[in-house]
Every structure is written in structure tokens, then in C-alpha cells.
Design a protein around this ligand. Structure first.
Ligand SMILES: C[S@@+](CC[C@H](N)C(=O)[O-])C[C@H]1O[C@@H](n2cnc3c(N)ncnc32)[C@H](O)[C@@H]1O
Length: 283
């Protein structure tokens, strides 16, 4: 339970306001309890005594802000996270894509890239990688750079291999990377159709005519109002019939835009945008 008292609440709100005004990152509509937990964590880690001391440091020390940014944007991820989700993409969504000459996928909040390479592998195994374009975006430049490098700790490959198999993987997972010392370097052929860019879901605009948007385990950190704004952004970025994929604890069901989406696999949080393309409408 969030035991923050009234004065602390005001001080935390002022910090979020300060971050927005000084650095342009808008955390004001993130879920409050989780944001406060993160701010408190940084407070104790930095040996600061009060929130106002933290406010001062934040405004005058860019390096401090950078470490706080890493705390506030939680970056936990893995390859083939929730294997049954990727299995459903393989069995239900990919066959739909096979009817199209070209597909565009947007990974919003892609963190250090594990999820993007998972999708790239799925597309490759289904002979679709060459006719795909993957947009990989995140608001955090540090994790985005890791995603671009395509280099992951080798010790994680064991768990990723298990996930890959559970997700219906067809090959040997080791075929997709080269091991070098303590790193696994993803195959360059997986990277060439990925466009990496910084995009903030709170403040930036639409990516047009996507066939699939994956935004998993990001909206859970936003309040209901902000989630709704982002659902609108996704609706405007998807072509009719395009797929929206959320994280296991997220749903579009309670949003104002739920009528614009139909369930494809509610358990896996895969939805499809309904609507007739304007060009097919007889007016
Ligand atoms: C928990 S990770 C999820 C990563 C991946 N999608 C997955 O499910 O494994 C959340 C990611 O969302 C990003 N994020 C948080 N707020 C964001 C925003 N406003 N715009 C874009 N990305 C954001 C964070 O930087 C972080 O990398």
C-alpha cells in the first residue's frame, strides 16, 4: 500500500514537474505508487536526506538525472518473454501476414531489444523477414543503444533458449548468435530491417499504417488517462485489421477505444483493430 503522506505527495509531484520542465521527460501521468517507489529508491541509493535535496541535485546535476531516468523507466525484458504469447503470434498472426506482400511492425518501449530480436527470428523462420520492416523505439537512449548493438550477456542465452523452444522455435537458438567471451552477438542478418529510434509515447506522435504494434509491459506503468491517450495513438498508427499486442497484465478492455478493437487471443493480450479502410467505403 502507498503510505505517502500529503506533503510527500506534493514534493514528489514537484519533482516530476521539475523533470518535465528541465529535461522534457513527462512522468506526471505515470502510475503514482510505482514512480514514488522508484524516487525513494534513488533517494536512499544517493545518500540524500530529503526530497527537496534530491530536487536540487536533479536540477543541477545531469548525471544524477540520467541515473534517475534509468530508475524511472523500468527496463526488465527477455527474449521470447511469455513464450505462449510468441507461440500464438507464430500460429495465429503470422499466417495472416503471409497473405500480404510487405509488413510493418512497431515495437514501442522495446527496452534493450530482446523482444525485437525475438520477432525478427519469428519472421525469418516464416520466410517473411525480407519483406518486413521493424521499427524499434524507446524513450531511454541507454537501453536503445544496447538494442542497436544486439549484444547480450552470454549467461542469459540458456533461459532464452528455453523460452525460444517453448515458443515453438524451429531451429537451434545458437544459430542466431555468435558467442564471444561473455557476450552473445546477434546475427547481423536479423538487424538489417530494423530501424531504431527514440520515441516517447507520452509526447511524440503517430507511426503510420502499422500491421502490428507490440507494446508490452509499458502501459502498466501509466495511469488510466495516459493509457487511453496511448491507445488512441496506437489506433491511429494501425491500419484496419492491424494487430495490437499488450503485456500479460495489460488490457484494452476498459479503455475508451475498446470498441475499435476485437479480441484475437485475450489470454495473450492480442487484439485486432476493426474498421473499414476509407478507400473501401461507398459514400
Ligand atoms: C519493462 S520494459 C518492457 C520491455 C519489453 N517491451 C518487454 O515487454 O519485455 C518497459 C520499457 O518501456 C520504456 N518506456 C517507459 N516509458 C516510455 C515512454 N513514455 N515512451 C516510450 N518508452 C517508454 C522503458 O524505457 C522500458 O524500456
Amino acid at each position: 500500500m502507498d503510505k505517502t503522506n500529503e506533503s510527500e505527495k506534493i514534493e514528489f509531484d514537484l519533482i516530476l514537474q521539475a523533470i518535465y520542465q528541465k529535461y522534457g521527460y513527462d512522468f506526471r501521468d505515470y502510475a503514482k505508487a510505482s514512480i514514488r517507489r522508484r524516487l525513494r529508491y534513488r533517494l536512499t541509493q544517493s545518500n540524500l536526506k530529503t526530497i527537496s535535496e534530491m530536487q536540487h541535485k536533479l536540477l543541477n546535476d545531469k548525471e544524477f538525472f540520467d541515473s534517475l531516468l534509468l530508475d524511472l523507466t523500468i527496463n526488465v525484458t527477455e527474449m521470447f518473454r511469455d513464450p505462449s504469447f510468441f507461440k500464438t503470434i507464430r500460429e495465429v498472426v503470422i499466417p495472416e501476414f503471409k497473405k500480404q506482400p510487405f509488413i510493418k511492425v512497431w515495437h514501442a518501449g522495446c527496452s534493450s531489444g530482446e523482444e525485437i530480436y525475438s520477432t525478427a527470428i519469428l519472421l525469418k523462420e516464416n520466410g517473411m523477414y525480407e519483406s518486413s520492416l521493424i521499427y524499434a523505439t524507446d524513450t531511454n537512449e541507454v537501453v536503445l543503444d544496447k538494442a542497436k548493438s544486439g549484444i547480450f550477456p552470454i549467461e542469459k542465452m540458456k533461459d532464452f533458449t528455453v523460452n525460444y523452444r517453448k515458443a515453438g522455435g524451429l531451429a537451434s537458438f545458437a544459430d542466431y548468435y555468435t558467442a564471444k567471451y561473455d557476450s552473445a552477438i546477434m546475427d547481423n542478418s536479423l538487424k538489417k530491417n530494423i530501424v531504431f529510434s527514440n520515441h516517447n509515447l507520452v509526447t511524440d506522435g503517430v507511426f503510420g499504417e502499422m500491421d502490428m504494434i507490440m507494446c508490452r509491459n509499458v502501459l502498466i506503468y501509466f495511469n488510466r488517462e495516459l493509457q487511453d491517450r496511448v491507445f488512441r495513438l496506437f489506433m491511429d498508427s494501425l491500419r484496419p485489421g492491424g494487430f495490437l499486442c499488450l503485456g500479460s497484465k495489460e488490457t484494452i478492455r476498459f479503455s475508451s477505444y475498446s470498441d475499435n478493437f476485437e479480441n484475437v487471443a485475450e489470454k495473450e493480450k492480442i487484439y485486432r483493430r476493426v474498421g473499414v479502410p476509407l478507400k473501401n467505403l461507398k459514400i
